[in-house]
Design a protein around this ligand. Structure first.
Ligand code: ATP
Length: 360
């Protein structure tokens, strides 16, 4: 489906502008009274990209999404889509559509009527609507429920219909505000895979708000990590996870060992704090388990705690200078690879120096 918008609107002209830097926010600030929710934010989203805005509650991600949608005015700065300045134009003239966490389907309309609704408002003929509805419902693989009412669908199915209803309007950019937030964990994980497939199929730019780090890593081409109204880091899932640039990013994206600068300097010679992921830290249980490469950092300590998580076991090791390190091992059920230590054992842990991220 080509990303187009309603003919003749400002959105339509935006849709025909060539696409690098599809959505560009420049120095966007938003204040509510004396409170600044978004500080001087720059962000560029490429055409066809799946970008997640990830951050804790109150970090400003929803406010940014709402400013792109036009539901919220910007206090200063500008927003461009497809090269066109849209900062001051009303929401319905922007080439965007929003999917919310509460599906907001009309309860007394069938699924097909719900999906057709936007086209009907735009004055499309019944015949044109029917073909488009069939295509949109197929895209979310729910052709077999077209005649049902919303309450006859599961939560995941309703969310897919909400998606179909937004996609049928062929927005240039789809904004998604925690769309999977109401689903239980298993359904949520299934829907993540489904959402990624749909985005690949339709090729539309997706901007997705979530506070769930695993979800952001799973879905996104790039992740923008928000903290206190600012973006701390933007990068691919691998970049933000493996090479966090700040302590906040290291801690927000899963478990991390943070070594403060003085400790890091003693151990590695680097005069800056470092972050090393627990799965990169190897437990050397016996003297014979020597580190294998010259670039390894080796730390001695005492086993303080052993935590079984199912797929992994985490061993917490107390070392000198009040340092507690976590080493995480995959539970392969291969006797040689499993963890055999007990609390109080003296052990060493090691990691390859280049697996640690330096926190400027
Ligand atoms: P959440 O995940 O909880 O939705 P968020 O990261 O999306 O959080 P925002 O909803 O963007 O954060 O809120 C950012 C800040 O702006 C918060 O401190 C919030 O209280 C404030 N805020 C948001 N909307 C308004 C409003 N209409 N009036 C006043 N303050 C607001």
């Amino acid at each position: 489906m080509p990303p187009t918008a309603a003919p003749g609107t400002a959105a339509d002209s935006a849709a025909h502008t060539a696409g690098r830097g599809d959505v560009v926010l420049s120095q966007v600030t938003k204040t509510f009274g004396s409170m600044t929710a978004v500080h001087d934010l720059d962000l560029e989203v490429q055409a066809g990209e799946f970008l997640s805005m990830l951050g804790p509650s109150g970090s400003g991600k929803t406010t940014v999404l709402r400013m792109i949608a036009g539901f919220e005015d910007v206090t200063s700065g500008s927003i461009r889509i497809g090269g066109d300045e849209i900062t001051r134009i009303p929401p319905h003239q922007r080439p965007v559509n929003t999917v919310f966490q509460d599906y907001a389907l009309f309860p007394h309309l069938t699924i097909a009527e719900n999906v057709a609704y936007g086209l009907k408002v735009r004055g499309q003929s019944r015949a044109a609507r029917q073909a488009a509805v069939a295509e949109a419902i197929d895209q979310v693989r729910l052709g077999h429920v077209a005649d049902r009412l919303p309450h006859q669908l599961s939560g995941g199915q309703r969310q897919r219909i909400a998606l179909a209803r937004a996609l049928i309007l062929r927005p240039r950019v789809l904004l998604l505000d925690e769309p999977l937030g109401a689903l239980d964990k298993q359904l949520r994980e299934e829907m993540q895979i489904e959402l990624k497939r749909i985005q690949r199929d339709v090729g539309i730019t997706f901007i997705f708000v979530t506070h769930d780090q695993e979800e952001a890593l799973t879905l996104s081409d790039r992740v923008a990590v928000f903290n206190d109204g600012r973006i701390e880091q933007v990068g691919t899932a691998r970049e933000v996870y493996e090479y966090p640039q700040t302590e906040f990013v290291a801690r927000f994206l899963g478990l991390s060992n943070i070594l403060p600068a003085p400790v890091a300097e003693k151990l590695t010679g680097t005069a800056a704090a470092i972050s090393i992921r627990p799965e990169r830290v190897r437990l050397l249980e016996r003297d014979a388990d020597a580190p294998t490469t010259a670039g390894d950092v080796v730390v001695e300590g005492t086993v303080a705690e052993i935590v079984y998580t199912g797929p992994t076991t985490r061993v917490l090791v107390d070392a000198a200078d009040g340092l507690r390190l976590i080493a995480e091992t995959q539970n392969t059920h291969h006797p040689a690879a499993d963890v055999h230590v007990t609390r109080g054992d003296r052990v060493r842990v090691a990691w390859a120096a280049d697996h640690a991220a330096v926190l400027p």
